[in-house]
Write a protein that binds this ligand. Structure first.
Ligand SMILES: [Fe+2]
Ligand SMILES: [Fe+2]
Length: 366
């Protein structure tokens, strides 16, 4: 029988690393073991645990696929394409790439801020069926805190936000970072965020108050499940960016760090796979169960999770994505306007791939 119950200490346990990576004197999380293989931070037991919980669900004939469509839809195209991005960099136009990498770092940090808002809760009281030995029952016993530390680092190690800034600076030779790169973001910072990043006007702040999809449910339970679904959507969307960044940054013609930077992107990706794994599992476990409402009545987990996921996909995809891409294109046009050979580069840029339709003001990119 696979192990299904873990202590927080076990879920946070680390491998014995023989090589750690550093940047400007600071240590990055994760590292290589003696066999030269990268292992994400806090993954000595976490990966096995998530696999065991997922297998247990699968063995009962329940789906473990949650919003998988998002990953496929988003993976189809990235703007600017690999070739378009390389063209810009070859001509010294670093602005678009710098913005994209900066915003990834900012959004990674939001992950931790959002997770910290989720109060500990006793999950069993919300479910008819037992949640013993599930991912759900371990959310507040190590999984969320591990995720938050992965995204934003812990007291002595840097996490994803700083890792993206580090690989950006190494690959693009310390590009100029301006305050406007932190504005007009495609998503609102989580409540309580104190940094300088600002959302685009068209992006509404997520408060959850007064806008419950299932008012009969405990509000904190709905907020928690919606947060898991939103973060899962962001994790899926990031796959396309990772793939693109790895290809662009591994080209020595345009990258000053053609090995270290793409390796770092690959390591971050391995860390993210754990996040996708546990978020899917917790949502799928909820979907496979019966929820207990505030008045004691029952709700189908399937209905609740499917409605929540549909809502997240509607609010985070479609029109919002089109606006993000248009904004990204406007930034490219602005940079090329200031380039002495801008017109010729733009003509070549358009030949190398499709460009987004330009409409009204739009938010930036993630
Ligand atoms: Fe991350
Ligand atoms: Fe993540």
């Amino acid at each position: 029988m696979p192990k299904l119950n873990y202590s927080q200490e076990e879920l946070l346990a680390q491998h014995e690393y023989t090589k750690k990576f550093t940047h400007k004197g600071k240590t990055l999380h994760g590292g290589l073991t003696a066999d030269g293989i990268y292992h994400p931070p806090r993954s000595l037991n976490r990966i096995d645990a998530i696999e065991n919980w997922t297998d247990a669900l699968r063995a009962k004939g329940k789906t473990v696929e949650i919003m998988d469509r998002v990953k496929i839809d988003i993976a189809s195209e990235f703007f600017p394409s690999e070739q378009q991005a390389k063209l810009l960099l070859k001509h010294g136009c670093k602005d678009a790439m710098t913005r994209i990498l900066t915003i990834i770092g900012v959004v990674e940090g939001f992950g931790n801020d959002g997770i910290k808002l989720l109060p500990p809760m006793e999950m069993q009281k919300y479910f008819v069926e037992s949640v013993d030995g599930t991912c759900l029952s371990h959310l507040h016993k190590g999984l969320l805190v591990a995720h938050g530390n992965d995204e934003a680092g812990s007291s002595d190690e840097l996490g994803h936000d700083s890792m993206w800034y580090a690989l950006r600076d190494k690959a693009l030779d310390n590009p100029l970072i301006t305050d406007d790169m932190f504005e007009n973001l495609p998503m609102a910072p989580p409540p309580g965020y104190k940094g300088k990043a600002k959302a685009a006007e068209s992006v509404t702040q997520i408060t959850g108050v007064g806008s419950q999809l299932f008012p009969q449910l405990d509000m904190m339970l709905e907020l928690t499940l919606m947060a898991l679904a939103r973060i899962l959507h962001i994790e899926y969307a990031a796959y396309a960016t990772f793939h693109w960044a790895q290809k662009v940054l591994s080209d020595p013609e345009v990258s000053s760090s053609p090995e270290w930077a793409p390796n770092m992107v690959g390591y971050i990706q391995e860390d993210e796979d754990i996040h996708v794994g546990y978020l899917r599992c917790a949502l799928a476990e909820t979907r496979a169960r019966t929820l207990i409402a505030k008045d004691g009545s029952h709700l189908s987990g399937e209905e609740v999770i499917d409605t929540m996921c549909d809502t997240v996909m509607k609010t985070m995809g479609g029109d919002r994505r089109e606006k993000m891409l248009a904004h990204r294109y406007k930034q490219v046009l602005r940079e090329l306007e200031g380039h002495p050979d801008g017109e010729r580069i733009l003509a070549e840029f358009k030949q190398l791939g499709a460009v987004p339709a330009l409409k009204a003001r739009s938010p930036a990119v993630a």
